[in-house]
Design a protein around this ligand. Sequence first.
Ligand code: FES
Ligand code: FES
Length: 162
Amino acid sequence: MISNGSEKTVAKLHVNGGTKEVMIRSADTLLHTLREQLGLTGAKRACENGDCGACTVLVNGEPHHSCLSLTIETINKSISTIESLLDSPIQKTFIEKWAIQCGYCTPGFILNCHALAEKHPDADDSVIEEWMESNLCRCTGYHEIKEAIGAVLAEAKNNPAS
Ligand code: FES
Ligand code: FES
C-alpha cells in the first residue's frame, strides 16, 4: 500500500471516531500528518525528540508521542487527539483546578490523564507521578496538574461509565 522513499501515497486513518484520507510518505510522523494534513493542531510541536509530551495523542487508547510515531504505523489503529475531548468533563476539570497557564503542554497532559483514568482509575500518587513523567510543563510547577488528575481519577472511580 505504501511505497518507499519520498513518494506520497494515499492512506486512510481512523481519527477521533471518523475515517480520514491522507497523503503520506513512509517517513512522515503522525504529528506532521495530524497537523499539516488534517488541521488537528491540538497535538503540539515542541522538542520533536520524545522528551516533552506536548505532542501526545492516543493510539488504540495508549499515549504516544506523535513526533516519534510514524503515520504508516497507525493505519488501521484508532487515533484520538485532544479535539475529541472538546468540552469534556476532563477538560473542564483542568480549567477549574487552574491546571493551565500558557496551555502548550495541556493537550498532552489531558490525553495522558484520560488514558490513565480509563486504564487505572485506582492509581495512587506514585503511579500518577510515574505515568505523567512523559509530559513536561514549564509554567505550572505541576501542583495544579496533579490536583486536576486526582479529581479526574476520583470521578472515574466513582462513576466508571462517565
Ligand atoms: S514534541 Fe513530541 S515529545 Fe516533545
Ligand atoms: S501550562 Fe505552559 S507549559 Fe504547561
